[in-house]
Structure formats: structure tokens, C-alpha cells
Design a protein around this ligand. Structure first.
Ligand code: PLP
Length: 472
């Protein structure tokens, strides 16, 4: 091993700038030179961009075309100083957010409910991200049930595969989140199992389009029927799929109905900062009608600082993010979103076909832009270890062990990404076979989950890790 390699090994991957850039535990007494500061920033950005520019990172960077990014930055810069909460000073914000919400609603067939019931005019708000959209919707259901049904011990039923933001909302707002395991072999919830858990305290159901682990769309039509039958809410999490499934459907893929076309869907989340190709920090939450949205709003009428109202849990937000989101949708248009979905699906289909041809691996369900796979034969965590050495960053799945690759635009910019991925994956499977019986590095964290004890150990480990990340 060369000295340089040894040095690299000693670098902590989570604190790679230690010793290379100065750390600061106080504000520098005299401001530093601008050029020097910008040099530090460029240094870090350049190093990190190198990790995904070759298309080897799953998800994470959704558009990342340099021209698009420069354009978004320009839009951002015009409103970077603006606070979206200042409705009076910056009417541009309400104009742009209303446009974004209305366009998102139309894309998700938000015009359909009104045709059946004039009171159901789909509406929504922008939020700081998918988690906030979900958290706001859960709060909305809690407050509605308390107000209209006098429910004080609320429960929400979700597939175990739904995003952790739902559990976060449960913890924050005192809602019991009832997890339904997914069935095999299709890895989706059985609606009958969901119905079994509905009781007088159930305020809403959750389904995903598609879910994060497998990219699968839950049996939403059946869940929608259950919501109607039991007169409860039904949130469809389209954070991941909301801005790409409509276009995949238009391309002719067989996509079941997943949006406001379903009569039981009362709210949806869709992330503009994922396949909307905006900047990080924006999402849309939609409601079937304004009566429901009202439960999301917040107001303190008698604060000495003035009347304080806010539509979401955030206070001030950057107007730059709103402007960049609006600019992204304006520029891409339907044609742009459709073309993006087409190039993404070309890569995704090729990856799916390749994985299907590897006998040791099983693709999970009928997914589209996320390809996830498991194995009955080899240890998937060995496969992941190997793929990491080749520069790939898959997302690890657990219970059961697996991996997924979420295809985004960076894969479409680099020729032959799918081909190289499959070549390396075949080698990864061979590596896993050769190392059977040994403990994979990935297993260190992922081997623990699932038991009460193991879950506690993981939480302790992960919180310690968060503490460490915040150390200077
Ligand atoms: C990304 C994602 C979310 C929300 O996550 P944020 O990081 O808060 O935007 C919710 N659900 C699914 C399925 C997701 O993939």
C-alpha cells in the first residue's frame, strides 16, 4: 500500500475535511478573505460531485444537468433574500406557490373530484420537503378527527414499507401508527389485513405511489374503497413517484390509478425536489378539499408580536426555493417531464432486464424506475460491499436483506451506465458466493434490525453517529 493510499484509509469518510480544511469552533474574529472562502467551498463541492457525476449513485441527485442547475440557481438568486411568509411584501410568492400547487394538482388529476362533488376542489400548500408534507397531512387528520369525531386516541394504518416520515408524525403528534407487513411474493399490503385493523379510532390509511424500498405502488384502489367504506382519510404518498409516475403512465406503461382519480384519496404528497427537478427544500401537499386543508393551518390571534398565521410547520422559508421550483416546472413543461421519464425508463428497463438475467437475484415486484432485488442464494450485503468497491452507491434494504437502485437523470447522462452496473453486479454475486459464511461489512449495521433488542441497539448506535456528525 502506498503512503497516499494509507493516508486515504486513515481519513474518516464522514469527516474527510479534518486536517485538510480548518475547523471553526467560533466565528472568526476578523472575516476571512472571500476568495479563500469560495476556494474552500469549491474544494468540497468538487470532491463530492466526483462521487455521483459518473451515474453510480442511486436516487439522491434527481436532475443534476449542469445547464438546468445553473438556470435554477439564477431563478433562486432573484428571490434568495425573500421570505415566503411575508405574504404582504412578496405577493410573487403566493403567485408562484399557487401556480405550483395548481399544476401539481392537475398533474395528479386533482380536477376529477370536483366533477363528482362540487365541494371537492383539490387544494394544497407548498412545504419544505416530503417529510413536512407527510407530517402536515397526518396532523391534519388528527385535528379533523378530534374536532369532527371526538377521537382522542387516533390511529393511522400504514404499510410497513411506507416512509419513516409517517412514524415521525406519529411520534410528534401522538398518533398510533399501525404497521401492516407486506405480503409475499408481491411485497405489497393485503387490503384485507388493513381492513382487519380498522377500528373506531382509525382516522386514516396510508399508501405509497411508489414506496421507497421497492418503488412499488400499493393496492391503492382497494385501500381507497376501504377509506370510503369506513369514512376515514386516505393519504397517498407520491413524494417519490408523484412527479414521474404520471409521465411513465403517459409513456404507455401499465400503471394502476394512484391519484385523485380514486374516490377515497383525501390527500397526496408529491416532491418537487425529487422528480420535479427543483432545488432541495420543496414539496407539495394536496387535499381533496379546503375543509380538510383548514386543519393544517395555524394561527395565534393574540400574540403581542402581531397576528401570526402560517400554513405549514415552517416559519420563514426562502423565496429562492419557491422561484426555482416554479422555474423548473415552467421550463420543463409536460414535454420536458415526459422526455425525462422516457430516458429514465430506458435505463431502468435495461437494469431490470439485466438483474432478471442473474439467476441468484430476484427483482421485487413490478416496479418501474426503482429496481430492487433480493436473493435466496447469496448474502446481499456481500454484494453491496463489492459494489461499493466499484464506486456504486446502492441503497440497502433490510428485513429481508436487499438492495435497490433508483434511476434518476444522472444515469441518463452517462453512456452505458446500465451495462456497467450489470457487469459489476455479476461480479458482485460471484464475490458473495466466494465469501459465503463470512460477515459482510454492510452487515455491521444492517444485521441487527427487527428484534426489540436489536432495534434499541441500532437506535443507540445511530444517535451516537448523529452526535458525532455534529462534532467540530
Ligand atoms: C423521499 C421520500 C419521502 C420524503 O422525504 P424527504 O426527504 O423529506 O423529501 C417520502 N416518501 C417517499 C416514498 C420518499 O421516497
Amino acid at each position: 500500500m502506498s503512503d497516499q493510499e494509507k493516508e486515504m484509509q486513515d481519513v474518516d469518510p464522514y469527516k474527510p475535511y479534518k486536517g485538510r480544511l480548518e475547523s471553526f469552533d467560533h466565528i472568526p474574529q476578523k472575516g476571512r478573505d472571500k476568495d479563500e472562502i469560495l476556494r474552500d467551498l469549491s474544494f468540497m463541492a468538487k470532491e463530492e460531485n466526483a462521487k455521483w457525476k459518473d451515474g453510480k449513485v442511486s436516487g439522491t441527485f434527481y436532475h443534476a444537468g449542469e445547464e438546468h442547475r445553473a438556470y435554477l440557481n439564477k431563478a433562486f438568486s432573484l428571490f434568495s433574500h425573500v421570505n415566503t411568509l411575508q405574504f404582504d411584501l412578496c405577493p410573487s410568492m403566493s403567485k408562484m406557490e399557487s401556480d405550483v400547487i395548481a399544476m401539481t394538482s392537475k398533474m395528479l388529476h386533482g380536477d376529477v373530484p370536483e366533477k363528482n362533488n362540487p365541494a371537492d376542489k383539490v387544494c394544497g400548500t407548498m412545504t419544505s420537503g416530503g417529510s413536512e408534507s407527510i407530517i402536515m397531512a397526518m396532523k391534519t387528520y388528527r385535528d379533523r378527527a378530534r374536532n369532527e369525531k371526538n377521537i382522542t386516541a387516533p390511529e393511522i394504518i400504514m404499510p410497513h414499507t411506507a416512509h419513516p416520515a409517517f412514524d415521525k408524525a406519529g411520534q410528534y403528534f401522538g398518533i398510533k401508527m399501525v404497521h401492516i407487513p407486506v405480503s409475499r411474493p408481491d411485497f405489497r399490503v393485503d387490503p384485507a389485513a388493513v381492513e382487519d385493523r380498522i377500528n373506531g379510532n382509525t382516522i386514516a390509511l396510508v399508501g405509497s405511489a411508489g414506496n421507497y424500498p421497492y418503488g412499488l405502488i400499493d393496492p391503492l384502489e382497494k385501500l381507497s374503497d376501504l377509506a370510503v367504506k369506513h369514512d376515514i382519510g386516505f393519504h397517498v404518498d407520491g413524494c417519490l413517484g408523484g412527479f414521474i409516475l404520471p409521465w411513465i403512465e403517459k409513456l404507455g406503461y401499465d400503471i394502476p390509478k394512484f391519484d385523485f382519480r380514486l374516490p377515497g384519496v383525501t390527500s397526496m404528497s408529491a416532491d418537487t425536489h425529487k422528480y420535479g427537478y427543483g432545488l432541495k427544500g420543496t414539496s407539495v401537499v394536496l387535499y381533496r378539499n379546503n375543509a380538510l386543508r383548514r386543519y393544517q393551518y395555524f394561527n395565534v390571534p393574540d400574540w403581542p408580536g402581531g397576528i401570526y398565521a402560517s400554513p405549514t410547520s415552517a416559519g420563514s422559508r426562502s423565496g429562492g426555493l419557491t422561484a426555482a421550483t416554479w422555474a423548473s416546472m415552467m421550463y420543463l413543461g409536460e414535454a420536458g417531464y415526459l422526455a425525462a421519464a422516457k430516458s429514465i425508463m430506458t435505463v431502468a428497463d435495461e437494469i431490470k432486464k439485466g438483474v432478471n438475467e442473474i439467476p441468484e437475484l430476484t427483482v421485487v415486484g413490478n416496479s418501474t424506475f426503482v429496481i430492487s432485488f433480493l436473493s435466496d442464494v447469496v448474502d446481499m450485503f456481500h454484494v453491496n460491499d463489492f459494489m461499493q468497491t466499484k464506486g456504486w452507491r446502492f441503497n440497502c434494504l433490510q428485513l429481508p436483506p436487499g438492495m435497490h437502485f433508483c434511476v434518476t437523470m444522472p444515469q441518463t447522462f452517462v453512456p452505458d451506465v446500465a451495462k456497467h452496473l450489470i457487469e459489476d453486479l455479476k461480479e458482485g454475486v460471484a464475490y458473495a458466493r466466494a465469501n459465503a459464511g463470512k460477515v459482510a461489512e454492510t452487515t455491521a449495521l444492517y444485521g441487527l434490525g427487527g428484534s426489540l433488542d436489536g432495534n434499541q441497539q441500532i437506535t443507540e448506535l445511530v444517535f451516537g453517529y448523529l452526535d458525532y456528525l455534529y462534532s467540530v
